[in-house]
Write a protein that binds this ligand. Structure first.
Ligand SMILES: Cc1ncc(COP(=O)(O)O)c(C=O)c1O
Length: 360
């Protein structure tokens, strides 16, 4: 009997996920440094205070980490004025998403999300053999009215990224309120707010209000984006004590390493670094808009640290030509003629535009 015969059929059909074009791999191939604009990281890096805290902690890595992430949860709880049992910390917000799917999957259970959103939303459903309903986007944003109509007795999870990756659009408060009023109690609504700190728009909802009102909502946030700690893998979830306790049932012990916990605390306290990163992102986003318009390229105005660009041709052709030029950007999930470009430093953005001019 071969190994694959013991693997369930739905797993056999999944292509192995290997992150596309990791920068080191491309640099090895091209022999020159690449411009990495494919991962929506903070191009200005983490707070130097976070680096210092992580470095100092390296002396103390023999013991297992604090499994409760006590100090980080305490800091977050006091900032958000919620209790510590409404917070869970893990190695990245996507890991908390995985716990959520684990906790809620059962035969026939369905996940509802949009056509063009974060790849992990789809992957988790495939891995667990859950039904996946993807509703078409409207003007690159989630169509919440259409989504509400697709909720059935089988729906267990509605997953929304706000801002959405890869489109950079947001769901406004009025629209989300309306949706939440229609969502039945047997559905958990996940609001993935990985890019939360970048949003300025006054219509952006305060997702914690739904949690405070006792709604079945899980809010996910992360240290991977504006805090610049993607390499350490740390994120958190906020929900009602009952939902957080359920996630603790499926969580792996010691899931958040100790270096990440101390670095996240220091990064959290360095508000100045966050502010600086946000305003530099805004300025560079404006620069990219201006330069894309000059080239008659349409883009979707973004609330995050990346921008979706319409190409009117298969995005893969353009992204692989850019790769040959040493610039990594990504084709966008759910939009085959769009590429997603992370906002870089000014030099990186200029290098991207120069490469784009050679390619198009
Ligand atoms: C919408 C969204 N959620 C979550 C993540 C990943 O967050 P983490 O690194 O905390 O797992 C990303 C990263 O690209 C994202 O775009």
């Amino acid at each position: 009997m071969s190994f694959s015969q013991i693997v369930p059929e739905h797993i056999q059909h999944i292509p192995p996920y290997k992150s596309e074009n990791p920068a080191e791999q491309v640099e090895r191939k091209l022999g020159v440094p690449v411009v990495q604009l494919g991962m929506n990281e903070n191009p200005f890096g983490p707070s130097p205070k976070a680096v210092q805290a992580a470095r100092a902690f390296l002396e103390k890595i023999a013991p297992y980490p604090d499994d409760s992430a006590y100090f980080l949860r305490q800091r977050l709880a006091s900032h958000y004025k919620i209790s510590m049992d409404e917070i869970i910390v893990s190695s990245g917000s996507s890991d908390i998403l995985a716990m959520t799917y684990d906790a809620l999957h059962s035969p026939g259970a369905e996940v509802l999300t949009g056509e063009a959103s974060f790849v992990v939303f789809y992957q988790l459903a495939e891995i667990l053999n859950m039904g996946l309903v993807r509703t078409p986007m409207m003007e690159y944003a989630f169509d919440l009215e259409a989504m509400a109509e697709r909720i059935t007795s089988k729906t267990r999870l509605v997953v929304l990224a706000n801002p959405n990756n890869p489109t950079g659009t947001i769901i406004g408060r009025a629209e989300l309120d309306k949706f939440m009023n229609k969502a039945p109690d047997h559905v958990l609504v996940v609001l993935d707010e990985a890019y939360f700190e970048y949003v300025h728009d006054p219509s952006y909802p305060n997702a914690l209000d739904y949690v405070r009102a006792g709604k079945p909502v899980l809010v996910l946030r992360t240290f991977s984006k504006v805090f610049g700690l993607a390499g350490l893998r740390i994120g958190y979830g906020i929900s009602t004590p009952e939902i957080i306790e359920t996630l603790y049932k499926v969580r792996m012990a010691f899931n958040t390493n100790s270096v990440a916990q101390v670095a996240a605390l220091a990064a959290w306290d360095d508000r100045e670094h966050v502010q600086k990163s946000v305003s530099m992102n805004r300025a560079e986003l404006e620069f990219l808009y201006h330069e894309l318009s000059k080239r008659h390229l349409r883009y979707v105005p973004s609330h995050a640290n990346f921008v979706l660009v319409e190409l009117k041709k298969p995005a893969r052709d353009v992204t692989s030509a850019l790769l040959d030029q040493g610039v990594i950007v990504r084709p966008a999930w759910g939009c085959p003629a769009c590429m997603r470009v992370s906002v870089g430093t000014h030099e990186q953005n200029q290098a991207f535009l120069a490469a784009l001019d050679r390619v198009l």
